[in-house]
Design a protein around this ligand. Structure first.
Ligand code: UD1
Length: 417
């Protein structure tokens, strides 16, 4: 199994190109199921999760042609097998995003229940409830959701909580439903808006995406389209947090600063100086960061996917910070690993009290999920001596060429087998 070896203590200097957003690319790839015509994408990140999604779609009969330059063509001329089997769904929960499109296009779908996950229970009841409101019959048998519907009908759906993939699944299903669907308490994440833009280019009639009330007027069929995937705001935020922790001066090009307000504000609070241009962010930092407390919330609040990186930052801050996680009930696994590097963190329920220490010391740590791994890498960049991050397959799921990008900024980081 691959590991990352990091020798900490160097500031980061230089330029990094931001990749396309994983969490936009995955639902957008699923949108290809809604049409017999080709969907041509650009700025698709080269990631394990994207390859897993391509595999899943191919199993259903979708032609998927990725190219090395981030282009990808998908065409679901015919769907031979509207099924998502357990072996892929268990490795990537976003597989559940095929449920809505399959049901809308084929009138049936068989999708494995995702089961538990390292960061929390993550049920899919809102996806199911919404599709049932649109007229689907869904039975759970032998670990699978068996969904059928003659033709989905538009409905008013009030979601019990803000769910990103839930909103995306229902929005996709509604594009081909008969009549109008209203999604209330919808997720406002920028990735939902990017998906809506792609669906719009395919001929869907969607209003209000990016707000908490989305109105979808169903159409009889969707066509082909071209779409450029938005930049990854979590990848961007991760490099910004790394630069704030390690110090130095970094320019991120191809970024979407408007999707990063909450993160940028917190980094400024930590003492970083940030400059913003149309599609670039420049950051400069030196010395120990100031302590910043964060509380995760749905967009436009502080993203749960940035929480671990900010805990790493707080670990070396000049003071005490409180990190509160409100989205996932078990998303503090990285705290125990950060402690192995010398961090002073105590956890009470969904809050972590982080007393910044002068310096961390390198050690072997284990990645437990994607963003936890990113937090450990940041800690490794500032720790004294050598840090080995084990189980980096988590990082490969969601960060394109992480060690190459960090090396280009002067970090001493290498992949070892
Ligand atoms: C998406 C992101 C993930 C991010 C998360 C929160 C993708 C592929 N993944 O995950 O990176 O961390 O949003 O921003 O976009 N919930 C239910 N019932 C449901 C659905 C959700 O109870 O049917 C709960 C979850 O357990 C969680 C909360 O709602 O506590 C939010 O989860 P959700 O927004 O659905 O996360 P994902 O869409 O899975």
């Amino acid at each position: 199994m691959d590991k990352l070896r990091i020798r900490g203590g160097r500031p980061l200097e230089g330029e990094v190109r931001v990749s396309g957003a994983k969490n936009a690319a995955l639902p957008i790839m699923c949108a290809a199921l809604l049409s017999a015509q080709p969907l041509r994408l650009s700025n698709v990140p080269q990631l394990m999760d994207v390859r897993t999604m391509a595999k899943l779609l191919r199993q259903m009969g979708v032609a998927v042609e990725p190219a090395a330059d981030g282009r990808m063509a998908l065409q679901a001329a015919r769907i031979s097998e509207p099924t998502a089997a357990y072996d892929l769904v268990k490795t990537m929960r976003a597989s559940v995003l095929v449920l809505g499109p399959l049901l809308a296009r084929c009138g049936q779908a068989k999708v494995s229940l995702p089961g538990g996950c390292a960061i929390g229970q993550r049920p899919v009841d809102q996806h199911v409830k919404g599709l049932q409101a649109m007229g689907a019959t869904i039975a759970i048998e032998h670990g699978y959701m068996h969904a059928t519907a003659e033709r989905l009908r538009g409905a008013r759906i009030v979601m019990d909580m803000v769910t990103v993939t839930g909103t995306e699944n229902l929005m996709m299903a509604a594009t081909l439903a008969e009549g109008t669907t209203l999604l209330e308490n919808a997720a406002r994440e920028p990735e939902v808006l990017d998906l809506a833009r792609c669906l719009g280019a395919m001929g869907a009639r969607i209003e209000g995406a990016g707000s908490d009330l989305i109105r979808i007027q169903g159409v009889a069929s969707l066509g082909g389209a071209e779409h450029q995937v938005m930049p990854d705001r979590i990848e961007t935020g991760t490099y910004l947090a790394a630069a704030t922790a390690a110090g130095g001066r970094v320019r991120l090009v191809g970024a979407a600063p408007e999707a990063l307000d909450a993160t940028l504000e917190k980094l400024r609070e930590a003492g970083a100086r940030i400059g913003i241009a149309a599609a670039a962010i420049e950051i400069e930092a030196s010395g120990r960061p100031k302590p910043v407390s964060v509380r995760t919330a749905p967009f436009p609040g502080f993203a749960t996917d940035m929480q671990a990186q900010f805990m790493a930052l707080a670990s070396i801050a000049d003071g005490t910070a409180v990190i509160t996680e409100t989205i996932f009930e078990n998303r503090f696994m990285h705290a125990l690993e950060l402690r192995r590097l010398g961090a002073d963190i105590s956890i009470q329920g969904n809050s972590a009290l982080v007393r910044g220490v002068e310096r961390l010391q390198g050690a072997t740590v284990m990645a437990t999920d994607l963003r936890a791994s990113a937090g450990l890498v940041i800690a490794g960049l500032v720790a004294e001596g050598e840090t080995l991050v084990d189980r980096i397959y988590h990082l490969d799921r969601g960060y394109e060429a992480l060690e190459k990008k960090l090396s280009a900024l002067g970090a001493r980081i290498e992949r070892i087998s």
